[in-house]
Design a protein around this ligand. Structure first.
Ligand code: ARG
Length: 464
């Protein structure tokens, strides 16, 4: 098999080196974008009278056949052809003959691969952003049913204050929204076209980069040819945003693991998303959330790989950069997989309201409400805190709870406590008292749910 770059070489490539340098086994997935960009590049060459129009037609038609063969899985991959770019060009040559050689005019694999990668990542980002909306909406639908469901809000994994389950779920909707925005910002930087930078210095041919960019849906062109072929910051940013997204997924997954444990018993996960044990017949394990939590590690690792890969490379292209693909591809595969798993799992979650509600009352979670009540009587918060703490101690001693402690016992601790305290110490009164902007009161949470719904309706209208 003769190499497309064989002219300078007297001896054949070592067979192991062929395997060692090949990337086709992972960059094959770039073919739809590679061929699309090649078609536009070729049409531009004809428009600019760099190659004859009939040659351009032959090439574009040939590329269409190569695309169909690849779609059908009919093109055999060979390590000797290195990468996807060489496979496409070499098959094109088999199909249409030497005129295929005109396609690579005014172009290099350096600007080609950077263009392909950006086109691929742009599509991936669009899918991800779409998928994140769907996951937010799945969380929203669950939250919508559970505004009045109360669970213990925690700090240090200790019962802190009762909160609405919807409020807890809305916290994740917020996190995912920032992820979604981050991806949108990164998309703008991905969406700049390197093509036309050629190897590193630009090209002597009268190319029309702006036309090519427009045809490929790029918002603009990379302004410096050396930067265009040598940076991968757009891929690193996307991996960083993905790592952060995975951290959010992982925290949610961790909560599902905790909540579904018999220790808490707050939720039951759908059978279809759990597995059993080969030895313990009673087990139902939360494998899907566990794997989501576990997979966050590999994406964080990919971020470190990519940063390390790039950190000492001199300008411009270096073959090291071929190593960018596996981490970025695996990052996206992992994120897309986790996104799908969680989105599909959420509607199957069964919430055990009573268990959550009971847990919300345990651990004197309304002690702050008691202190707040005393503040209402003109007592400084620090002193109120002290009194409330003493009452908690009394409850522990008498093995009771704040709302069940007789008024007389309370008044022995502090005479300013009145009968009006009684209905302030239930969990629902506690939740409902927190009407501050962004707080957990039922009405506040309901309003937040409505706001999200309206924002998404608005977005759907704008995207129509
Ligand atoms: N497969 C290569 C990569 O992924 C394509 C660019 C090769 N360029 C070169 N000058 N060898 O980076």
């Amino acid at each position: 098999m003769s190499k497309l770059w064989g002219g300078r070489f007297a001896a054949a490539t070592d067979q192991f080196v062929e395997q060692f340098t090949a990337s086709i086994h992972y960059d094959a997935r770039l073919y739809p974008w590679d061929i699309r960009a090649s078609m536009v590049h070729c049409r531009m060459l004809a428009r600019q009278e760099i190659i004859p129009p009939e040659d351009a037609n032959t090439i574009v038609q040939g590329l269409q056949r190569v695309l169909e063969e690849l779609d059908a899985g009919q093109l055999p991959f060979r390590a000797s052809l290195e990468d996807i770019h060489m496979h496409v060009e070499s098959r094109l040559k088999e199909l249409i003959g030497p005129v295929a050689g005109k396609l690579h005019t005014a172009r290099s694999r350096n600007d080609q691969v950077a263009t392909d990668l950006r086109l691929y990542l742009r599509d991936q980002v669009d899918q991800l952003r779409h998928g994140l909306r769907a996951m937010q909406q799945a969380l929203w639908a669950l939250a919508d049913q559970h505004v009045q469901t109360i669970l213990p809000g925690m700090t240090h994994l200790q019962n802190a204050q009762p909160v609405s389950l919807a409020h807890h779920l809305l916290a994740y909707i917020e996190m995912l929204d920032r992820d979604q925005q981050r991806l949108g910002e990164i998309r703008q930087r991905i969406n700049q076209m390197p093509l036309g930078s050629a190897a590193l210095a630009g090209t002597p041919f009268p190319v029309d980069r702006l036309w090519v960019a427009q045809e490929l849906g790029f918002a603009g062109v990379c302004r410096n040819s050396m930067d265009a072929v040598s940076d991968r910051d757009f891929a690193i940013e996307l991996t960083a945003a993905s790592a952060l997204l995975m951290v959010h997924f992982s925290r949610f997954a961790e909560e599902l693991v905790l909540w579904s444990s018999p220790l808490l018993g707050f939720v039951e996960l759908p059978d279809a998303f759990c597995t059993g044990s080969s030895i313990m017949p009673q087990k139902k394990n939360p494998d899907v959330p566990e794997l989501v939590r576990g997979k966050s590690g590999r994406v964080i690792g990919h971020l470190v790989s990519l940063l390390t890969l790039m950190k000492a490379l001199p300008l411009t292209y270096n073959r090291d950069m071929q190593e960018d693909k596996e981490p970025i591809f695996d990052t996206l595969d992992t994120v897309q997989g986790c996104l799908r798993a969680l989105t599909d799992l959420i509607p199957g979650i069964t919430v055990r309201r009573e268990v959550m509600g009971k847990a919300a009352a345990a651990g004197f979670t309304t002690a702050t409400d008691l202190a707040d009540y005393l503040v209402g009587k003109g007592i400084p918060f620090r002193e109120a805190h002290e009194i409330s703490g003493r009452l908690v101690r009394l409850c522990i001693k008498q093995n009771t709870t704040l709302d069940l402690l007789p008024l007389a016992s309370m008044q022995q601790v502090d005479g300013r406590i009145g009968a009006d305290l009684a209905d302030r110490l239930t969990v629902s009164a506690s939740v409902n008292a927190r009407r501050s902007l962004g707080g957990t009161a039922f009405a506040t949470v309901r309003a937040a749910l409505t706001e999200w719904q309206q924002a998404w309706q608005q977005e759907a209208l704008e995207n129509r």
